[in-house]
Design a protein around this ligand. Structure first.
Ligand SMILES: [Zn+2]
Length: 390
């Protein structure tokens, strides 16, 4: 039963390959820079047309400063839902497609956002339709979320993603598969902190004893904080910008430093943060007063048990397609971090294979488009069946 449904799904996707490519060409040729709300919504219009044609109902949520959210639902017969996510924006400014339109160079597709991640948007819709046609009785709901501003860290989408993901059985994020074909099972998180130190000014030639140097305090704190960096554990600490003092013959009355921290596990950051807090609260130069502000910007995608299990399912689906698949952890952050942090089984990089994202030589490998679409559709069916059995 399962196998015949999967075969039907795969045949169907194969028969729709030309439509998928035409859909991709159309949206790649629309500039959709994150800050170009109209451009992002033009991509949204094409998506809505495709959803209408496929008879998939959707909700549009208008946004003031960015393009709209589109939330489409393919109804299943069973309880629960699987969430598919993709972003409509790109980091390429208006006018990019004029000089660099969609192109096919042998096996490589070119054009701004072709791999990051307009092909993923096409895959989500095609996979959902195929699954509905041939496995609806076995399925829970499939929800497809299209967001408008991932490239700047999803400031307004984070809440929408968390709302839609919180009761999902699984989440597939349709960022591109890595250049070696891997899907992504872990991503780093990042935090931005700021230290502010107050001291007391005094003439450094005549009355240095009367001053309290915020600069000296900052130097001591920086030295201690930097020692907490642990490259082996992937915990990085960078002092991005430091400022302090008034002029050369004045004991510095204030100093500031900003810190960027990268980490794989939230727990690592929390441990580090309390150590930094202790260093900031301690005055090494007596009389200085310091404060610490800031916190986590993007949550890491941690490879917890749910992620591991979902990856096993994807591997199982890949085996059925005779598609070798590997996993990778990557340093870049993405929306998958928000859903994985809620404890929801999440896999990122479910799109077609590509690379050189955000660069002029961005590419997508054409011959991976269909296999990865099949992988997504088959994974959805297997996840739904597995979960519903339990
Ligand atoms: Zn992306």
């Amino acid at each position: 039963m399962v196998n015949s449904a999967l075969n039907d799904i795969n045949d169907y996707l194969e028969s729709k390959q030309d439509d998928a490519l035409a859909f991709l060409e159309e949206i790649v040729n629309i500039d959709s820079f994150t800050y170009d709300k109209e451009g992002v919504n033009r991509v949204g219009e094409v998506i809505r047309r495709q959803l209408d044609a496929a008879n998939i109902p959707y909700e549009v949520r208008k946004n003031e400063d960015f393009g709209d959210h589109i939330i489409a639902t393919v109804k299943g017969k069973k309880e629960g839902k699987i969430l598919l996510m993709g972003h409509q924006d790109t980091p390429h400014p208006q006018g990019t497609t004029k000089n660099r339109p969609f192109q096919i160079e042998g096996n490589l597709l070119r054009g701004p956002g072709v791999s990051d991640m307009k092909s993923g948007l096409v895959s989500m819709i095609h996979a959902a339709v195929a699954v509905r046609e041939f496995a609806q009785d076995e399925l829970c709901d499939i929800e497809i979320l299209f967001t408008p501003e991932e490239e700047i860290g999803s400031p307004i989408s984070r809440a929408v993603i968390e709302e839609r993901a919180k009761d999902a059985l699984a989440v597939f994020n349709l960022e591109a598969a890595r250049p070696d074909g891997s899907v992504v099972t872990a991503r780093k998180g990042s935090a931005h902190l700021k230290i502010e130190i107050e001291g007391k000014a005094a003439h450094s030639g005549a009355f240095i004893e009367d001053g309290i140097s915020a600069n000296d305090e900052l130097a001591l704190k920086m030295n201690k904080i930097k020692q907490l960096m642990d490259l082996e554990a992937g915990v990085t600490i960078n002092f991005g910008k430091i400022e302090g003092g008034i002029s050369n013959n004045v004991v510095s009355p204030h100093a500031t430093a900003t810190i960027h921290i990268g980490f794989w596990r939230r727990e690592d950051f929390e441990g580090l943060y309390s150590q930094i807090q202790w260093i900031v609260d301690t005055s090494f130069v007596p009389g200085t007063k310091s404060t610490l502000s800031g916190g986590i910007g993007i949550l890491p995608m941690e490879k917890h048990e749910g992620v591991t299990k979902l990856y096993e399912t994807v591997q199982y689906a890949a085996k059925g397609l005779a598609l070798p698949i590997t996993e990778q952890r990557t340093k870049g952050a993405a929306d998958a971090g928000f859903t994985a942090s809620l404890g929801i089984p999440t896999i990122c990089g479910m799109g077609a294979v590509g690379g050189k994202w955000h660069a002029v030589d961005e590419y997508m490998e054409l011959d991976t488009f269909l296999p990865r679409m099949k992988l997504l559709a088959n994974s959805i069916v297997i996840v739904a069946q597995d979960t519903l059995k339990e």
